[in-house]
Design a protein around this ligand. Sequence first.
Ligand code: ZN
Length: 468
Amino acid sequence: MRLRYHRRRLADFAGGMRLSRELIGHERWPREQLRQHQQQRLDALVRHAVERSPFYRERFSGEIGSGPVELSRLPVMDKTRMMENYDEIVTDPRLKRDELLAWVERMQRDEFYLGEYRAMTTSGSSGKKGLFVYDAGGWRAIAAMFFRQNAWMGVKPRLPRRFRMAIVGGAAPSHMTRQGSANLKIGIHRFLGLPLTLPIERMVAELNRFQPEYLNAYPSMAVRLAEEQLAGHLHIAPKMMSTSSEMRTPEMTERLVEAFGVHPFDLYATTEGIWGVECEYHEGIHLFEDVALFENVDENDHPVPPGEPGAKLLVTNLYNRVQPIIRLEVSDVLTIEPEPCACGRTLARAHAIEGRSDDVLRLPGRKGDEVAVHPIEFGIVTRDREVREWQVVQEGRSLRILVVPRSGASNALERRVRGAVSQRLSELGVADPRVEVERREELARSAGGKLQVVVADPAARETHLGSR
Ligand SMILES: [Zn+2]
């Protein structure tokens, strides 16, 4: 059984490598050529879904003729509906939602379901659980995007002195990043994985010993390590760094550059299948839209033009056939950059991954309106030199800012942070901002180790909208 596992893993690795080279060849295509490629894959995906998935057969009946598929005419899907209809959506009738969920729950390490599928779950901040099964083709596209991100950052397999990569993450085995790194561990790189739950002293000692050339961490953890480096406890000199999964504000980036002397690449990856990475210009994340299509839309699913933030994405995965993902809502807030990038790649660029729309705070405005406050606005808290970590918790129309101070922080910290945030909220048009600041020893993280920097109170919106 394990032998079969290893064989399949090596095949995924090799297939992913091959595909990544093919994909890199698309990056400078004229937009029209890219569009044709997308259309071909979309047509094949939708026809496959209609043929093999009872759900899509019924849902798309009448919409699919013999000509090119018009994506914008197909119905939009949300995660709740996907989960409710899961057993009819998948194209392999052996796959059953409840059995899969129970299997993922029991999973101890990287494993294949029925000897061929990878299954993973997501838990959105809204608490809606998502289940995703990938077949060999779909998974190799994921592996290819992993290698492609590395290639953009300059991480290449090297022998005989193998490249030393350290990844600080706390994801469960069912999470995509854990399965992705399991795929990587076939001996091409030297690899150190550190759980987020490790005490910081141990983490510093491990990194000092390993001396990574490449370091990946969630932004909040990377900033924590930057503190250790600046304090003289951590002594590493990575040639490359990357961050992912959480929002990274410009202020956090500044601190990372100050500590490590390299500009960190921001990675973007979703379990639904849209991924991306910054290029060497660090002016937005190029999205790998030759693997998955994205539509940047407002709350009513209408397209949002470049230069304006959307409310969510609709994602269509062009490679996974076993669980067709067609116009699935992903609650990430993106602004697409209208201008082409100086690097010459034609892949669209997201100007900012501004956090999830669930994390956007809605506060009463001075003009009786409602002001949307993006998580990125709270980056000013990082600018305070005495702040190590922070989290914003909304309670009704009040905000509680939990702050983990640096050692030796002064008593003026709370007042300063409260002043800075109140001023920013006023500038944004919030009426009578109510801000409290509290010191904490540490902040609560999710089971996956992620820090939700802004915790919105959904009930607050109804209250102040109702009071208008
Ligand atoms: Zn670029």
